[in-house]
Design a protein around this ligand. Sequence first.
Ligand SMILES: Nc1ncnc2c1ncn2[C@@H]1O[C@H](COP(=O)(O)OP(=O)(O)OP(=O)(O)O)[C@@H](O)[C@H]1O
Ligand SMILES: [Mg+2]
Length: 469
Amino acid sequence: MLSTDIPPPLDVDPARRIFGLETEFGLHLDTGAARPVTPEEVAGHLFHSVVQWGRSSNVFLPNASRLYIDVGAHPEYATAECDTLTDLIAYDKAGERIVHGLVAGGEERLRAAGVEGTIHLYKNNTDSAGNSYGCHENYLVRRRADFKAFASALLPFLVTRQIVTGAGTITRTPSGAHFSFSPRADHMWEGLSSATTRSRPMINTRDEPHANAELYRRMHVIVGDSTMAEPTTLLKVGATDLILRLMEARVVLPELTLAREMQAIRDVAHDLTGAATVELADGRRLTAVEVQQQYIDLVRSHLGGVIAPTEEVDRILDLWQRGVDAVRSQDFSGVETELDWAIKHRLVMRYRDRLGCDLHDARLARLELAFHDVSPERGLFNRLQDQGLARRIVSEADIERAMTVAPQTTRARLRGEFVTRALESGRDFTVDWVHLKIAGSSGTTVLLKDPFRTEDARVDALLDALYPA
Ligand SMILES: Nc1ncnc2c1ncn2[C@@H]1O[C@H](COP(=O)(O)OP(=O)(O)OP(=O)(O)O)[C@@H](O)[C@H]1O
Ligand SMILES: [Mg+2]
């Protein structure tokens, strides 16, 4: 039986939103092995244990998140649907731990295949061959006829957001090396598109809401850098959410349409002084600092109106303002334990000074890579965080729980319970963002179109069906 009867949507608070983060990890094998080892072989060994229990290298986990190997042998982890930013951060961090948890088994399998080596997983955005991979942000928004114009209106914000939420990177050019705000900026080719790989847009407009398509769209932002520091992730998603809230309430945004988005995103990325200007469609020239300040001021002017004041909103606005101020004043000390680019900038510059080298030095490239290593022991970011040099938002207990238990306030709760119980029962099952199904049997499929629904009698029946009397 295919059960498509959907319960009526719950009375949904318009301020509630579903968030999800997808992260692709860089994979590298450090080995002196005599024979060549392809990334596919390494990925295969890394995912061996996953395939053992999940019968696939593309699975949904008991924490309701998705783990798979993407093209190019990049492991990808997509968080379950979260409806709070703190949950989102905890599930994002849980993903780093989960992929790191595969490393020891992968190395053992490699050893058995005659290859001694260390597997590194990097939560970064580019590899040494110049490939770019990303962190995709997903925001549930209400469906509207003018979605493309709506998405387009977000571009000036996204192009300039990197001065606060960029991951920071050493950029090497034939004429030297310099520190830039974002490694991803140079790999963006257009503003909007429904394709991802071929054209590399900032927003992917493919209409795949993973929800009731009459009510919702999924805003799929693919321009952002993967971020290590919890406050940076809070700001990246939190500030974007605030702008989306204003746009959904039909607040008129300041006229900031860019004349040439691709030129602008590169110019902003490569100018750490914040003095470079971008050209607007109306001929004005503004700095990224000025553009971001307009968005901050707009949000502030709607506090208490469209935007309910909360401690979290205060925290986002405070960090956003301090980030913009740091670029404006060129004194980065106010954000160097919170914003990824500033944390990395401080580390890189200290090593450069200590080594007496210039930014082109290969040792600094290795330092940058080690910053993104997800290993709690080897990862430099993780070590800085342990030393109190990177601030936290969530607790260790939150992250540990997020590794095995689904978010309880969204549809993910139903998926998490189904996956957990189906694995316990030993029954075959298939799951995606909107379906739960016990394989074989009578083929019962439950369609979960409402991402906010946490209770469902059809899922209870499905759970019962896992253990036939
Ligand atoms: N209705 C929804 N609105 C917003 N985000 C959602 C919704 N449903 C699921 N998500 C989130 O969207 C992300 C989907 O990740 P996934 O990697 O499967 O992306 P995709 O764009 O569908 O596919 P692919 O990466 O294969 O192109 C997850 O983080 C998930 O939590
Ligand atoms: Mg994905």
